[in-house]
Write a protein that binds this ligand. Structure first.
Ligand code: AHR
Length: 495
């Protein structure tokens, strides 16, 4: 008997799930860019114009819609002119923020656009406010997007690129309340107004300008930025990481118990509250929701793996990360009227990565599989969902046991679900309302024999999706049995 009853309203759209909610972030941090993506044209690792083929091929299957670069904290120390021109003569610098290693600037603007083209992803560039000048930011935009006879456009041509690139997303600084300058919101709001003035629209290129937003629950930051500059921005960012323990006392990625599992689920669900409250503040100044909330850094943050450079933020990725990803994506779908982009931190080898590499080896993480299983939601209509989701309780606290999201695209319904409980299966009865069609249902499940299950270079497919046999559909009613700690994606096609 199903003990959880849910209605999916096939004729009640909440809006379009912007595909950019499935966006990524790649920073000059640890082994994300260097080794993870860029190996250089002379590498023994098979590559296309310096970008490793195995990682490229894996990422292409995710339909990566947008990629944010070069940081993060690195963005506010990055001087773009050091990263163009002949590679052998590019300036070397110390990446003071991340591990104190030498940055040779071999991966710069041209290489980034090449990567985006190979991925079919939109570039999202984050400019330097913390230690860069207005002129430097303005010239970068000119270099990238001007087709005229202007100094920066001509320099780009000398460097081998005749036509300007198409660039839509441009961030004016990163975490300017912290690593991007330790500013007060009033000061940053003024700088935002100033810098963005010179972020010019060249030719028919139209930039979508993103202001540096709040850290977690700093609602005052959102209030001040919206009050002082909402008419000058298209998006406002928000950063929130899922950190079991605390910022000062992080926990390892592996070897956690059910209490830490529960705490991680609880902290993931907090994203719903954060978006609701930031968006309510934005509504005061922007009731039409013209300004998008851009969650351009989210994901788990654990202790670095033992024996690795602590400044490289390299961590393993388990079934717990898979659940964190599923919960976040569901929250973003629910808020698709305001959240126009989200960028998982980070793409390769850093924090909640979708791909890990070691030399010429590569593995796909549980998080990767969730993004791949859920990609049908990209640009689909989010559907209203109501019902009872069960309770998952521990030490007097309670969470909904099941998280579910539904969407419609090209005549198909897509329902994704996850069971937060580390121990108990969940039986669900899902009624499809607002549709007369008869459907064929197919499903995929990501589950494992233990909550800490993860992939290693020795056993890269321990956690991998397989066909799901636990759903039956009869007369518009779906019966689903979700194993504990699992993620499922169902696709319903009208006969
Ligand atoms: O993703 C790692 C770091 O987290 C980013 O550089 C910074 O923006 C955030 O604090």
């Amino acid at each position: 008997m199903a003990d959880r009853k849910i209605v999916v309203h096939a004729d009640w759209s909440l809006g379009t799930i912007n595909k950019n909610i499935y966006g990524h972030f790649a920073e000059h941090l640890g082994r994300c860019i260097y080794e993870g993506l860029w190996v250089g044209e002379d590498s023994a690792i098979p590559n296309t114009k310096g970008i490793r083929n195995d990682v490229l091929e894996a990422l292409r299957k995710l339909n990566v819609p947008v990629l944010r670069w070069p940081g993060g904290c690195f963005a506010d120390e990055y001087h773009w002119k050091d990263g163009v021109g002949p590679r052998e003569s590019r300036k070397r610098m110390i990446n003071t923020h991340w591990g104190g290693v030498v940055e040779n600037n071999h991966f710069g603007t041209h290489e980034f656009f090449e990567l985006c083209e190979l991925l079919g992803a939109e570039p999202y560039i984050c400019g330097n406010v913390g230690s860069g000048t207005v002129q430097e930011m303005s010239e970068w935009v000119e270099y990238m997007t001007s087709g005229g006879d202007s100094p920066m456009a001509n320099w780009r041509r000398e460097n081998g690129r005749e036509k300007p690139w198409k660039l839509k997303y441009f961030g004016v600084g990163n975490e300017n309340w912290g690593c991007g300058g330790n500013m007060r919101p009033e000061h940053y709001a003024d700088l935002y107004r100033n810098y963005q003035t010179y972020v010019r629209q060249y030719g028919d290129n139209r930039l979508y300008k993103i202001a540096g937003g709040a850290n977690v629950d700093d609602y005052n930051w959102t209030d001040v930025l919206m009050r002082e500059a909402h008419w000058l921005m298209d998006g406002l960012s928000l950063h929130n990481y899922t950190i079991p323990g605390s910022w000062e006392n992080k926990r390892p990625a592996l070897g956690f118990d059910e209490r830490e599992w529960f705490e991680t689920m609880q902290k993931s669900l907090r994203m719903d509250e954060l978006i609701t409250r930031h968006s309510t503040i934005m509504d005061r100044y922007d009731p039409q929701k013209r300004v998008g909330l851009i969650v351009d850094e989210w994901g788990t943050w654990f202790l670095p793996e033992p024996g690795t450079n602590p400044g490289f933020l390299y961590q393993q990725n388990t079934m717990r990360d898979a659940l964190v990803a599923a919960i976040h994506l569901h929250v973003f779908h629910k808020h698709c009227d305001r959240v126009q982009m989200a960028n998982l931190a980070q793409m390769v080898n850093v924090l909640q990565a979708v791909v890990l590499t070691e030399g010429d080896k590569m593995l796909l993480t549980p998080t990767y599989h969730v993004l791949e299983m859920f990609k049908a939601h990209q640009n689909a209509e989010a559907l209203a969902v109501h019902g009872t989701f069960g309770e998952y309780e521990m030490d007097g606290a309670s969470l909904p046991q099941v998280s579910l999201s539904a969407s419609k695209k090209d005549g198909k319904l897509h329902i994704s679900l996850c069971n937060l409980s580390h121990a108990d299966a969940a039986d669900l009865q899902i009624e499809l309302r607002g549709t007369e069609a008869a459907y064929d249902c197919r499903g995929v499940i990501l589950a494992a024999d233990e909550i800490g299950a993860h992939n290693t270079f020795e056993q890269p497919e321990r956690v991998a999706p397989r066909p799901f046999e636990g759903a039956t559909l009869e007369g518009g009613k779906l019966q689903v049995r979700l194993p504990a700690a699992s993620v499922v994606a169902l696709s319903l096609e009208a006969r």
